[in-house]
Design a protein around this ligand. Sequence first.
Ligand code: B1M
Length: 211
Amino acid sequence: MHKCEEISNAIIKGKVKDVKELVNTAMEDGIPPRDILNNGMLSAMDIIGEDFAKGLVFLPDMMYASSAMKAGLEIIKPSLSQAGVNPIGRAVIGTVKGDQHDIGKNLVALMVESAGFEIIDLGVDVPAERFVTALEENPDCKIIGASALLTTTMDALKEAVAAIHDAGYKGKVKIMVGGAPITQEFADQIGADAYATDAGSAAVKAAELIS
Ligand code: B1M
């Protein structure tokens, strides 16, 4: 069995220790960290997500799988990130209110950091007003990124964008949105400045937004 497939299976089973060992071995074997991420880790999240939707696995299984995924991610993180010492700008990022999903948001933060930004990570379940206070606390912030993973939290994303606009930041700070249920059409509809489908394109967009 290919190493990435073994990693994927171990993540699906929520086996933290096995995932750590397998990821370390894969790195030693010279498998590129991006392949480990895409073919081992992200595919595992897709499989467990589909199994959850079909009722084949339950919430605790998704929780164990996400812990295993995070353990593996910690190992490849330094290789994925090439953060510089002189940031090109500051970016605030968070997952919107009512939403606990942070794996994608963390990956976006990592890649945007690699693109040269200093990241202020507000975490998960971030109320709209907290995005605004973060901007007040960081007047030099150039980009705000908001993530939503549930169809039920898309409204919270809309509220976050509206709160940032209402606080007078429209045009002053660029708002980027993303997450599995989000589309370019929805991003346009709620008045976001940018939408990205994945962490890599989020980093490219972030750099473009301030150029
Ligand atoms: Co949840 N969950 N979950 N879950 N979960 C999904 C999202 C789901 C699709 C599973 C399914 O049913 N097939 C489904 C949502 C259905 C929907 O709304 N359409 C779902 C559900 C229903 C739920 C609960 C409601 C289940 C319940 O309680 N009955 C519950 C909600 C809790 C809450 O948030 N209030 C819940 C809970 C959980 C866990 C806590 C167990 C766990 C999260 C742990 C954690 O994040 N710390 C979890 C997990 C792990 C998943 C799946 C399996 C994996 C999510 C993930 O990490 N993907 C997920 C199924 C799936 O995604 N296939 C599922 C990998 C990650 C790298 O991708 O997050 O999409 P993603 O991020 C990508 C892009 O979207 C994009 O770039 C990222 C990297 O490439 N992106 C951005 C993300 N943010 C961006 C921001 C940007 C730009 C791009 O700019 C700022």
